[in-house]
Ligand binder design. Structure first.
Ligand code: ADP
Ligand code: F6P
Length: 330
């Protein structure tokens, strides 16, 4: 193998740049030529790719977002789009591709591998929704943003004796909500994995108010609706409405943290994880491997068959959920 490509796809996440950095530097050290493909699979449709040097990735390890750009590219889901992508890779002489993204991006990688391109996936998404790995790139940083935001929000909330409903990201997975609820000592958490029960939540808040605890924090994951539809950006509003209907005297506000969670520097954990994953991805390509995803379990990075990894079902961390409830009791 002489030439490889790297792209970032789907929702950007902190740590993607660290993975790009390690991919580029490790590949160059091994004597490979590396192309950075712009804006995910869209770059393969439009043939926008740059030959990268070691200095192309100077000073990017800490940065949030992705220096390669990202996109959601519907054309990649069609056979015509996939053929176009393969034609671009062939034209550039790219034999191996590192795809940094979530499960959708990995489906795209699988499609490319059926045309003979060697592909390796690195899990980059703040959602932490991939079962085969303990952590995905960006999750740790996103949780830190939520925990810091709640810490400062408590200033105004406690000054006003207010309860605050904080909506966080995570399309179908409540990990951001769960871990940040733990990290900021939230009074309650609502997740897609648990039935949303406005009566139980109102009961809990009523008890707290009666005990003179006014500045309650309720972390709500986007996508908690019991009918399964996603109403991101409106869940906090909905919970505020439900609670106000049950406790008319409550002083309550809703806030949506939104894309702040994907912004700012990567945590040291995500930088290290991105670097280890990028390095292993290049090693896999050099070893002639394909259809592999990189993950981390018990603090060790590993590679695993992509199809097998994606078939795993994520289990819910029930004990952490119970712990949040236990610690919130007063
Ligand atoms: P993520 O990678 O974070 O899960 P998406 O689900 O939006 O994000 O997927 C990112 C991109 O991956 C899509 O815009 C598309 O280009 C590609 N993709 C997603 N699903 C498929 C699929 N089934 N086949 C081919 N490409 C796909
Ligand atoms: O998948 C990552 C994620 O940040 C989800 O948590 C969120 O629902 C979605 O992407 C937001 O996507 P967009 O940036 O396209 O609004």
């Amino acid at each position: 193998m002489k030439t490889i490509g790297v792209l970032t796809s789907g929702g950007d996440s902190q740590g993607m740049n660290a993975a790009v950095y390690a991919t580029v530097r490790s590949a160059i050290s091994a004597g490979l030529t590396v192309y950075g493909i712009r804006n995910g699979y869209r770059g393969l449709m439009e043939s926008t790719a740059d030959k990268l040097t070691a200095s192309s990735v100077d000073n990017v390890v800490h940065r949030g977002g992705t220096v390669l750009g990202t996109a959601r590219c519907l054309e990649m889901k069609t056979p015509e789009g996939q053929r176009k992508a393969v034609a671009t890779l062939k034209k550039l002489g790219i034999e191996g591709l590192v795809v940094i993204g979530g499960d959708g991006s990995f489906q795209g990688a699988k499609a490319l591998s059926s045309y003979g391109i060697n592909v390796i996936g690195i899990p980059g998404t703040i959602d932490n929704d991939l079962a085969y790995t303990d952590y995905t790139l960006g999750f740790d940083s996103a949780v830190a943003v939520v925990a810091d935001s709640v810490k400062v929000l408590r200033d105004t909330m406690s000054a006003n004796g207010r309860t605050c409903v904080v909506e966080v990201m995570g399309r179908d997975c409540g990990d951001i909500a769960l871990y940040s609820a733990l990290a900021c000592g939230a009074e309650a958490v609502c997740l897609p994995e648990k039935r949303y029960d406005p009566d139980a939540l109102a009961q809990l808040l009523k008890r707290n108010l009666a005990a003179n605890k006014q500045d309650n924090v309720v972390i709500v994951a986007e996508g908690i609706r019991s009918d399964g539809t996603l109403d991101k950006g409106h869940e906090a509003e909905k919970v505020v409405r439900d609670i106000t209907a049950r406790i008319p005297y409550i002083n309550i506000r809703g806030i949506v943290l939104g894309h702040l969670q994907r912004s700012g520097d990567a945590s040291v954990y995500d930088r290290k994880l991105g670097i280890l994953m990028g390095e292993l991805a290049v090693k896999c390509l050099l070893d002639g491997k394909t259809d592999r995803v990189i993950g981390i379990k018990n603090d060790c990075v590993f590679d695993e068959d992509m199809t097998e990894a994606l078939s795993k079902k994520k289990s819910f961390n029930e004990s952490l959920y119970c712990l949040v409830g236990e610690l919130a009791k007063r």
